[in-house]
Design a protein around this ligand. Structure first.
Ligand code: FAQ
Length: 309
């Protein structure tokens, strides 16, 4: 299939499946995005795992454990979806994509380079980080690559439980003592701007968007999704009695959207370059896990080999 025919095919809302012929740049775009999405799920387990042993009640601990296990599952579906794109010339096998993350060559979401400093941060992660993730992933359910779009359907269902458990943590804190409400406000102050950065650079500075939209991988732009996230989140903050830390946030009658302040793009670029508060720590944790736990994989491979021999 030539390039024009392929574009016609995806733009008519047809799905591409692993064995179909596809242009190399479409394959590469998917390997980049799906594997980075998988890395985000796996690295995203770390800030929350930090709070498992300090969850305030058994019920909270069970919910947090279930959520973190879900993230591991999301990583697994997404690595599996990435592997379907491996064709010998464009490497998409698990080891090479994972090693690209460990070496710092491949990115994962900027948000996971921020620490979870208090229990309220666990609430803010669920509410804002999972909330932003869902906003982006609902549009990805309609992407043109079959395995990725199907993985997104299940992931979105689980993410909405995650968002609610986070919001409920904050609701409890906001109805508690003054100190508890302060913890919730501080968590919102810390996570608001990093959550908005999850949607990526402004459209004018987004090098991958045009191609991705043409190929029907991305279905909506970074700025449109960010705007929608702000629009739905403001009333949720008001319901909690919390103040979004943006002096420029204001309802605009004309556009019927909220206007909001300029994001701290310098900070975003620094995080992407590896200089965020936890970049080094996150990668070192993952490298250490690979060094120390490789025997588990070796044993599983040896066992699998025995089963098939
Ligand atoms: N962080 O040209 P664009 C979750 C990079 S899952 C780091 O606009 P694109 C669940 C981008 O990769 C969260 N890097 O790129 C959870 C590109 O660099 P590259 C993850 C970023 O791909 C919750 C460059 O900047 N979700 O949270 C970021 O068209 C709680 C230029 O950008 C996904 O991965 C960023 N925020 O649009 C887990 C969704 N933004 O690759 C645990 C799938 C941009 O050329 C706990 N991905 N960059 O070297 C996407 O939808 C897209 O890839 C975007 C970026 C929208 C993230």
């Amino acid at each position: 299939m030539n390039q024009d025919k392929f574009l016609e095919y995806v733009q008519a809302e047809n799905k591409v499946e692993p064995k179909d012929v596809m242009p190399d740049d479409y394959r590469k775009l998917l390997v980049r995005q799906i594997s980075q999405h998988a890395h985000s799920e796996i690295v995203g387990m770390l800030p929350e795992a930090n709070w498992i042993s300090r969850a305030p009640t058994l019920r909270r601990k069970m919910a947090l454990l279930a959520k973190i296990q879900d993230e591991a599952g999301h990583g697994l579906y997404l690595y599996a979806a990435t592997e379907t794109l491996n064709n010998g010339e464009i490497a998409a096998d698990r080891d090479s994509t994972y090693n690209d993350m460990l070496s710092g060559k491949a990115k994962y979401s900027s948000i996971f380079n921020y620490p979870a400093l208090s229990w309220a941060d666990i609430g803010a992660i669920g509410w804002l980080v999972d909330g932003a993730a869902i906003m982006n992933q609902v549009m990805l359910m309609g992407n043109s690559y079959g395995p990725y779009s199907r993985a997104m359907v299940r992931i979105c269902k689980e993410e909405s439980f995650h968002q609610r458990q986070g919001y409920e943590i904050l609701m409890t804190l906001c109805r508690g003592t003054k100190e508890q409400k302060n913890l919730a406000q501080e968590a919102l102050n810390r996570f608001w701007w990093p959550a908005l950065m999850m949607f990526g650079p402004n459209d004018a500075d987004s090098p991958n968007s045009q191609k991705s939209m043409n190929y029907r991988v991305k279905r909506e732009s970074n700025d449109d999704l960010r705007q929608r996230f702000v629009d739905v989140t403001v009333s949720q903050a008001e319901f909690l009695g919390l103040k979004i830390p943006d002096e420029n946030l204001k309802w605009n009658e004309e556009t019927q959207h909220y206007d909001f302040g300029e994001l701290p793009w310098d900070e975003f670029m620094e995080v992407l370059k590896g200089n965020g508060p936890c970049n080094k720590k996150r990668l070192e944790t993952k490298r250490k896990a690979q060094r120390e736990h490789s025997w588990v994989k070796d044993a599983a491979m040896a066992y699998a080999g025995k089963q098939t021999n």
